[in-house]
Design a protein around this ligand. Structure first.
Ligand code: SF4
Ligand code: SF4
Ligand code: SF4
Ligand code: FES
Length: 948
């Protein structure tokens, strides 16, 4: 294996369709108009020396190393800033050019410390490379340059260092932060020899506005900005392309390795979701894979009050299987079930649901999408016929109006947010529907045209009101609707939304959004060109989550914003493989490809291949499993990679349900909170230790490739296979590619997917089959998958969760950039430096009324429970609304969330809980007890935690 070297073309690719032909060093080359001479030369196989240029950012023209001669033009222009022209004749290697380039390099080197042999970038430094490329042999000015004195190294960032004495002031970092990341955290301060890269107002990186995406580190041609891991370990010696295991953006990375140790994760430029960019989690927060808390040995115990007993894999698997068999014999076939993981691969997820359906013989399988995007599946399937977003991420580059509803992309989907911000800086308009002032409302060089700060729980009212404006002001795209949608249903819907009760003036009364903002936003979306909607859990996690998804789908159809690039309805999926886990048949009513278990032909297909009859009745959803456990009819659960105790609502109810079971099997990386209720613990493997595929939010399947041996001994799919075999239902796969072949054989939308194709194309978006052999970037182009688009009546029904004198505030929850979900992974990385605890955001007015000061402990109570955390006073939340995250088990904010859920899918209503906030002296009694229990659990587990 060797290091994968990606070509740096020096300047970004031109997207022009018209081409231009020129001659470079006697070679004719044809490139798109707008291409730089530098890039054209690279395409022709000629590498022009460069320092300040890199193809991730626009050309800058400061180093003067890339000079060329152009026939008929005076002087020696910089090739990076000179666009090609038809018939142009370029020379890159004349004696004059060689002399000039040597002179430039002499000046650079005279100002650079000469510690190459001990420099962490030795062998991976463009300055070194360029000195060699121009044939520099002497430096006439000596080596005593003014930049030599080292003003000190900034090591404040946990992942990279900044060593100014090595800086050549090429500004690549500044431009990467601006153009790629869109944070604008860096500037070049001072002038001449005193020029220096300055984070924010000359602050250390950690205190600056930097969000640690690492784009500047990647762009830096020297060791000035360098990964600490490279400094510690040395330069990598081989690399493997794989996919991030954090969020639904699905960034592709080169895992750069030395032996089995990850030296660094470098975003892969060929990754079609991320185009060479990343966020702090994917690039830096992989250390959990080797954290000492990883559980590497299976354990069992008869009662959850017993201490764990470390056992062999064989004993653990046999014990789990015999328990499941005993339970089914005693309580019936439906008394057990399984939960698939949206963090595991498609292949692993597919096997867990196969185990449930074929080995357990029931449909009691569910997944964490139940608690996030199940309304997306229901809503989009109803309206359009497919349970997935309509676009690829590239589509945002053609959007003219971007509407974000209930999503916070800069924290939840940071790399896509950067791509979105780029489009917004180019002039696209922005509408945000969110109770909070999320970052995108106002961020460098971006200001939302409309921010509709709606009261939590009123999405349906506001989105239906947007439709009211569209219909009553004659903004419907009747041609689109007439050709593509069911006309009768449209007319019924149009009459419904036109009713006065949906007018902005009426809706203002329930939502708190000024009517003129609703009117303005609706007009902009309907008339501003390509309108693209992106939404998140702020839409789905409501009692009317599915209704809001359908209201959004209605709005897009009515305005013709569906079925081409630049438009669409796009759920921003939370976990890395939540799309995939749904696609793979993780729901109790659907097998892979969203086909209902009651369809005879579909079941027959599976039965023929699997050799077992399938139950035609839908099985239990997670909340039903817990209820059934409390009723005494559900007794055994196999949970792969999902911490339901912490992530699901109403923690006490969940704990009671789990406690009532007789065999809970948890397969995970760490002793997660749910493991406190487990009888069998099976160690899980990380994404670095397995092969498989993930499917991101744009339906894109990408390879996950093993870069190290599983520390626990098995990839997760192998553990499921062992369990199934022990249950008496044989599974024999030699490699996950064989599981994908089975998925393709059983799932029409995946019929054309294979590892061979993924290796060839890099990635593929489903549907991928005979009709679309290379996949489908944009859906519903020539018609909706279901035939005619369906308009659905979306009556607003206020949630039963009401504020009142006891609970006068509305709590809504979300996530933060540095942490991921329940934090099991990110809390075991240096990312904790940015978020050590969950805090409660509260408006100054509400804080003052309660005598709460910034940083005070406050007690958060609802009718479901209470927790205590610190307050942060901020105007990001409106009066009457409080907000927190759910990354830390010591806070367990889900003890206060309620049992209310989406009417169609049971997705919990996380986003609306009536609460009270009062000053407190410190953690609640249960939190102190929890801390003590955790300490005890650790003491019990400590001897079993294998040394790294
Ligand atoms: S790490 Fe990212 S956000 Fe921070 S300075 Fe570099 S490019 Fe900007
Ligand atoms: S820190 Fe690196 S990228 Fe930034 S100006 Fe200095 S040498 Fe260039
Ligand atoms: S944006 Fe998401 S997929 Fe990309 S690096 Fe960050 S966490 Fe990973
Ligand atoms: S690479 Fe062209 S001027 Fe620096």
């Amino acid at each position: 294996m060797s290091l994968i070297q990606e070509i740096d073309f020096g300047t970004p690719r031109s997207k022009a369709e018209k081409t231009v032909t020129l001659t470079i060093d006697g070679v004719a080359v044809t490139v798109p108009e707008g291409t730089s001479v530098m890039r054209a030369a690279m395409e022709a196989g000629t590498q022009i020396p460069k320092l300040c240029a890199t193809d991730m950012v626009e050309a800058f023209g400061s180093c003067r190393l890339c000079l060329v001669e152009i026939q008929g033009r005076a002087g020696t222009p910089a090739s990076c800033t000179t666009p090609v022209a038809e018939g142009m004749v370029v020379h890159t290697q004349t004696e004059r050019l060689k002399r000039l380039r040597k002179g430039v390099m002499e000046l650079y080197i005279s100002e650079h410390p000469l510690d190459c042999l001990t420099c962490s970038a030795n062998g991976d430094c463009e300055l070194q490379d360029m000195a060699g490329a121009v044939g520099l042999r002497e430096v006439r000015y000596g080596y005593e340059g003014r930049r030599h004195p080292n003003p000190g190294i900034d090591s404040s960032n946990p992942y990279f260092t900044y060593e100014p004495s090595k800086c050549i002031v090429c500004s690549r970092c500044v431009r990467a932060c601006e153009e790629v990341q869109g944070t604008f955290a860096l500037t070049i301060a001072a002038r001449g020899f005193d020029s220096v890269v300055s984070p924010s107002m000359a602050e250390p990186f950690l205190q600056s506005e930097c969000v640690s995406c690492g784009a500047c580190v990647q762009a830096c041609p020297t060791a000035t900005l360098n990964e600490k891991s490279v400094i510690d370990i040395g330069t990598p010696e081989h690399s493997v392309v794989t996919t991030c295991a954090y969020c639904g953006v699905g960034c592709a990375f080169k895992a750069e390795m030395r032996g089995e140790e990850v030296v660094r994760m470098l975003p892969y430029k060929d990754g079609k979701a991320n185009r060479g960019h990343s966020c702090v989690k994917g690039r830096f927060a992989y250390g959990y894979a080797t954290h000492k808390d990883r559980m590497l040995k299976p354990m069992i115990r008869e009662k959850i009050t017993d201490p764990w007993r470390e056992v062999s894999w064989e004993e653990a698997i046999n014990y789990a299987a015999s328990e499941f068999k005993r339970i089914q014999a005693k309580y019936g076939g439906s008394s057990v079930g399984g939960i698939t993981s949206s963090r595991c691969t498609n292949e692993e997820t597919f096997l867990v649901q196969k185990l449930v359906r074929a080995a357990f013989g029931n449909n009691n399988v569910d997944t964490c999408a139940r608690v996030c995007h199940s309304p997306t599946g229901y809503g989009l399937k109803t309206a359009y016929g497919t349970s997935a977003g309509t676009q690829d991420f590239d589509s945002v580059e053609r959007a003219d109006v971007i509407m974000i509803i209930g999503a916070n992309p800069t924290d939840g989907h940071p790399v896509f947010a950067s791509r979105m911000k780029k489009r917004l800086r180019q002039g696209a308009k922005l509408i945000i529907l969110d109770p909070r002032r999320i970052d995108l409302v106002r961020t460098p060089h971006i200001e939302a045209d409309y921010h509709l700060p709606l009261k939590p729980g009123t999405n349906v009212a506001v989105v239906t009101s947007l439709a009211h404006v569209v219909v009553t002001e004659g903004l419907v795209n009747e041609k689109f609707v007439g050709e593509r949608c069911d006309w009768d249903e449209f007319q019924d819907w149009a009459a419904f939304v036109a009713d006065k009760r949906h007018s902005p003036e009426e809706v203002e009364k329930v939502s708190g959004v000024p009517a003129e903002l609703i009117r303005g936003a609706a007009r902009l979306y309907a008339t501003g060109g390509n309108g693209a909607i992106y939404y998140g859990l702020g839409v789905t996690e409501h009692s009317q989550g599915s209704t809001t998804v359908m209201a959004i789908a209605n709005l897009a159809m009515a305005t013709g914003n569906i079925g081409r690039e630049g438009v669409g309805v796009n759920p921003l999926r939370g976990q890395n493989n939540v799309q995939g886990s749904c696609d793979m048949g993780s729901f109790p009513h659907e097998v892979s490809g969203y086909r209902h278990v009651s369809e005879d032909a579909t079941r027959a297909m599976f039965e023929a291949l699997w050799g077992r009859p399938l139950d035609e009745e839908p099985g239990l959803r997670i909340p039903n499993m817990i209820d059934a456990a409390l009723d005494g009819s559900f007794k055994g659960l196999y949970i792969q990679g999902e911490d339901i105790l912490q992530s699901d609502p109403n923690t006490q109810h969940m704990a009671a349900g789990l406690s009532a079971m007789e065999c809970v099997v948890v397969q995970d990386l760490f002793l997660v909170e749910t493991a406190n209720y487990a009888h069998v613990f099976l160690p899980g493997s990380t994404f670095l230790e397995k092969n498989g595929t993930f499917t991101n939010a744009e339906r894109r399947l990408q390879m996950v490739r093993k870069v190290m041996t599983p520390k626990n001994g098995y990839e997760d799919w192998q553990v499921t296979e062992l369990l199934s075999n022990a249950l008496g239902y044989p599974m024999h796969y030699n490699h996950p590619s064989e599981i994908m072949d089975e998925i393709a054989a059983l799932t029409p939308t995946f019929a054309g997917v294979s590892y061979k194709k993924l290796d060839e194309l890099g990635s593929v978006q489903w549907p991928c089959n005979a009709a679309a052999p290379d996949g489908t970037p944009v859906m519903h182009i020539n018609g909706f998958v279901r035939g005619k688009g369906k308009f659905v009546i979306t009556e607003y029904v206020a949630t039963d969760e009401k504020i009142g004198p006891r609970y006068p505030l509305l709590l809504t929850t979300g996530r933060i950039l540095s942490q991921y979900n329940v934090g099991a992974q990110t809390r075991r990385t240096a990312n904790v430096i940015w978020h050590e605890e969950d805090v409660l955001e509260i408006h100054p007015h509400d804080a003052e009324q309660r005598g709460v000061r910034d940083g005070d402990w406050v007690k958060l109570t609802s009718r479901a429970g209470e927790t205590t955390l610190r307050a942060v006073i901020t105007e990001r939340v409106a009066p009457g609304v409080v907000y927190t995250t759910f990354h830390h088990p010591t806070t367990q904010v889900n003890v206060v969330t309620t049992e209310f859920s989406d009417w169609a899918t049971n997705c919990p209503e996380y986003k609306v809980t009536a609460v009270q906030v009062m000053p407190s002296n410190g953690p609640s009694e249960w939190q102190e007890e929890y801390e003590e229990l955790s300490r005890q659990a650790r003491r019990i587990a400590e001897p079993l935690i294998a040394a790294e």
